[in-house]
Design a protein around this ligand. Sequence first.
Ligand SMILES: COC(=O)COc1cccc(COC(=O)c2cn[nH]c2)c1
Length: 237
Amino acid sequence: MRVDVITIFPDYFGPLSLSLIGKARGSGLLDLEVHDLRTWTSDVHRTVDDTPYGGGPGMVMRPEPWGQALDAVGPGTLIVPSPVGKPFTQADAQALASLDHLIFACGRYEGIDQRVIDDAAARMPVLEVSLGDYVLFGGEVAVIVIMEAITRLLPGVLGNADSLTEESHAAGLLEAPVYTKPASWRDRDVPDVLRSGDHGRIARWRRDQSLLRTAARRPDMMAAYPPSSLDKADRKT
Ligand SMILES: COC(=O)COc1cccc(COC(=O)c2cn[nH]c2)c1
């Protein structure tokens, strides 16, 4: 997978060269390049923003540098983290993980001139995605989050691919609680069922815990369960 990131703060992406994402890059699974938007400015001050038409607080990112940047690195699927985007989900991560070329645009200030989005949408898929109902200083940290969600789904990145099927949101439910040694810790014991060796009983216990946890914390997910994406075999009557 090829990923281009366009930002006015390229140093934000140091973490992407660490840990699993670093390995994915090293093993050729992920070809990531971070670009400084100011590369595509032509004035001596390398200006990337200007005052908003119609007035109002703050600054807006100018269209010219973005247009030239996207011309240079595109076409691909353009992802723009934004407070006004569609909520980003595990299903989106799954879908994006199967694509060949992703381009991330990191907005700052009050946002990117809308014509950049409209112009890009005329020649490539554009997804404006929200990570939550809050506002960040810019898209950079959102890109790191999205990149983690996608990269861990790439074949060969996670040692144990089984963890992908059981994890939260993969089957439309929150994952059951997990335990490890010691069997007793500060007078708290691991549930006996998990030490029973009865794998059918353990699977049922975990399913029940997932349903209880999802009902208590995420009624929205319960209402949507089972997601239409699950095949018949996964549906529980
Ligand atoms: C067309 O899109 C844009 O102009 C994007 O512009 C901006 C402006 C400020 C901050 C951000 C970063 O995204 C979020 O704050 C965000 C994402 N999820 N939840 C909050 C992006």
